[in-house]
Design a binder for this molecule. Structure first.
Ligand SMILES: Nc1nc2c(ncn2[C@@H]2O[C@H](COP(=O)(O)OP(=O)(O)OP(=O)(O)O)[C@@H](O)[C@H]2O)c(=O)[nH]1
Ligand SMILES: Nc1nc2c(ncn2[C@@H]2O[C@H](COP(=O)(O)OP(=O)(O)OP(=O)(O)O)[C@@H](O)[C@H]2O)c(=O)[nH]1
Ligand SMILES: [Mg+2]
Ligand SMILES: [Mg+2]
Lengths: 293, 286
């Protein structure tokens, strides 16, 4: 639908010799509607509209500048800006130390599967990786992790029937430090912003583990709650990176702009399937193209 | 006085921001507000009417209309009883489908508990033979709830596990069979074909689409494709405790006119609630 909106915008602009206030308004309405259908946060959409309106009105466009291209560029720039820039950025792995990454996110977002994928990716690059299952709540969480990485010889530390996530995490870290691994990935239980007790547990876990970075895993199809949910996670435990999952579906991923806005973290990778290799580097321009059709 | 177009648009714009912020789908919001707009454009209103309050009450009425007009919310007990009466010896078969991670397995455990507490003899069919840990996950629920389960090997044909479960149910006098399936993207042709086959073999009395309450506009696309390709009868929306505004519930009923049977409101077995439009409307309009 955003591609239809962009086409509408292009048609409108190309049919008129000048882009007057009325045309600009109708273009902005088209754009707003399309961004909302892509699940971009309402306040963000209003902000983008204001920015585009302001820039366009202030701009002293020289004669002969293609107004269509200019409006499209303004839209593109706004969205790229929200993502923190055009460049791709990966997880920073420091050599010579034990890098600890803790994965958090809402129930069912894809944390456990993503832990497996990140472990596989880092192992292929020659790093020694260990996984710790600190999810003491979900039935068969440990078995799920073990099955995910079984054929790739990635060790998983967990305590069957364990109830203390902090204790298990610390035991797991010590276990892998002794083995001299480069990277430890910690899987945690799903939780959302209304579950204050679980947010508290996540805080305790983070302060005990003292991770190199906390990674927020978020489902691409999340709607208008994205901002407030991400903000709640960030206020409990500062988020360093974001991974967006399930982009092999039809979700446009507009909610993920909000996750970036709420945490100040950049999206590093995206999940594009259920297999262990279905993880790609995040590419801002192609993500913007997806949101804008 | 006459309600001017400019004034009307200004208030409707504000209301649309509110509805969309509460996760009502854009097209549903458009439909609600354009209806109101058509009713009111150029109409006469009391001289000192508080237009904003008046519009807000019209929106409430519209939502109530969407949730309650020409749609019935059957109690699952009556659906089951009807079947047990009309076809004795045949279990009531419920097939669950939905995209990855929405809450199917947990919802099935909750519903199994709900039905067992009401005296039904429930059998679980673990027809997710794909996802890591899926069989163990449902088996642990079965064990905790003391509910029998039929499972297969990883990689087995999900339809054949369902078939075995149904045969077992008939032979042993189970009233209800709940069929869990692997999460799947509505964009995956092969997995859609697999689901069609499961449905062909199992011949369910009720097919339930499970959705995540936090999903945005994509929920509409998911439901649309699943309905066109596989066909389903009702919704269960899980994780409503994460989004108390519940705008998605309005969008689903408006777009598909199918009932929401239950909502999931947490991760414990008791965290399942019969969806009643009256109760919901009271909550969403506080
Ligand atoms: N199609 C697709 N499925 C995915 C992707 N990432 C994860 N999944 C699936 O999403 C479902 C949920 O994934 P999990 O890894 O169990 O999610 P989780 O966040 O660990 O869930 P909890 O621990 O219960 O909070 C599973 O069926 C995964 O296979 C993805 O990128 N694409
Ligand atoms: N807070 C909350 N969490 C829920 C609810 N329903 C399910 N969950 C959680 O969501 C996560 C995913 O649930 P599952 O039942 O594994 O989802 P699924 O659809 O079977 O997932 P796949 O089989 O991988 O597609 C688990 O952590 C559940 O505990 C709910 O109503 N509220
Ligand atoms: Mg998990
Ligand atoms: Mg499941």
């Amino acid at each position: 639908h955003l591609s239809k909106a962009i086409r509408n915008i292009i048609d409108k602009v190309s049919r008129s010799r000048i882009v007057d206030k009325q045309l600009l308004n109708s273009i902005i309405i088209d754009l707003q509607r399309a961004l909302l259908m892509s699940d971009v946060n309402v306040n963000t959409v209003l902000q983008i509209s204001e920015n585009i309106r302001e820039k366009f009105e202030k701009s002293k466009l020289p004669e002969g500048i293609d107004k269509r291209k200019y409006i499209l560029k303004l839209i593109y720039d706004e969205l790229i800006n929200l993502l923190g820039g055009e460049y791709s950025e990966e997880l920073k792995i420091q050599t010579g130390k034990t890098n600890i990454f803790m994965f958090v996110g809402i129930q069912g977002s894809g944390k456990t599967t993503t832990v497996g994928k990140v472990a596989y990716m880092l192992k292929k690059r020659g790093l020694k990786v260990g996984i710790v299952c600190a999810d003491t709540f979900r039935p068969a969480a440990l078995q799920q992790l073990r099955q995910l990485v079984k054929e790739y010889n990635i060790p998983v530390y967990g305590e069957e029937g364990g109830e203390d996530a902090v204790k298990i995490a610390l035991n797991g870290i010590e276990h892998f430090r002794k083995q001299g691994v480069d990277v430890i990935l910690i899987d945690t239980s799903g939780r959302h912003k209304e579950e204050k007790g679980l947010l508290e547990e996540m805080k305790k876990l983070a302060s005990a583990v003292n991770p190199t970075e906390i990674i927020l895993v978020i489902d691409a199809s999340i709607g208008q709650q994205a901002y407030s949910q991400a903000k709640a996670f960030h206020e409990a435990t500062p988020i360093g990176s974001i991974i967006v999952t399930k982009l092999d579906g039809t979700a446009k991923g507009g909610g993920c702009l909000s996750a970036v806005a709420a945490t100040g973290a950049r999206i590093k990778y995206i999940g594009t399937g259920e297999r262990i290799w279905d993880l790609e580097k995040f590419n801002p321009p192609s993500f913007v193209r997806r949101i804008t059709g | 006085r006459t309600l001017s177009e400019e004034e009307l648009n200004r208030y409707l714009q504000q209301l649309s921001i509110e509805l969309i912020s509460n996760n009502v789908a854009v097209e549903t919001c458009d439909a609600i507000l354009s209806n109101i707009r058509d009713q009111l454009l150029g109409s006469k209103v009391k001289r000192f009417l508080n237009v904003e309050e008046y519009l807000r009450s019209l929106v409430k009425d519209a939502i109530i209309g969407i949730l309650k007009e020409d749609i019935s919310y059957p109690r699952i007990e009556s659906l089951i009883s009807e079947k047990l009466k009309s076809s004795p010896g045949e279990p009531f078969i419920i097939l669950f489908l939905g995209v990855n991670g929405v809450g199917k397995t947990t919802t099935i455990a909750k519903l199994a508990n709900y039905l067992r507490k009401r005296g039904y003899k429930v059998l679980l069919s673990c027809s997710d033979t794909f996802r890591a840990g899926a069989i163990e996950q449902l088996s642990i629920h079965a064990q905790r709830l003391n509910i029998p389960i039929i499972k297969g090997e990883y990689g087995a044909d999900p339809a054949s596990v369902a078939f075995n479960a149904i045969e077992h149910a008939k032979a042993r006098g189970f009233n209800v069979v709940l069929i869990d399936t692997a999460g799947r993207m509505h964009t995956d042709r092969n997995l859609l074909e697999e689901m069609k086959k499961i449905k062909r073999v199992a011949k369910p009395d009720l097919t339930v689409l499970v959705l995540d309450a936090l999903t945005g506009n994509d929920a509409i696309y998911q439901a649309d494709i699943f309905d066109k390709e596989v066909g389903f009868d009702a919704f269960i929306v899980a994780k409503c405790d994460a989004d108390d505004k519940g705008g998605i519930l309005i969008s689903l009923i408006y777009t598909f006119k199918k009932p929401i049977l239950f909502i999931g409101i947490g991760q414990s077995y008791d965290d399942i609630e019969v969806f009643t439009p009256d109760h919901f409307v009271k909550k969403i309009l506080e």
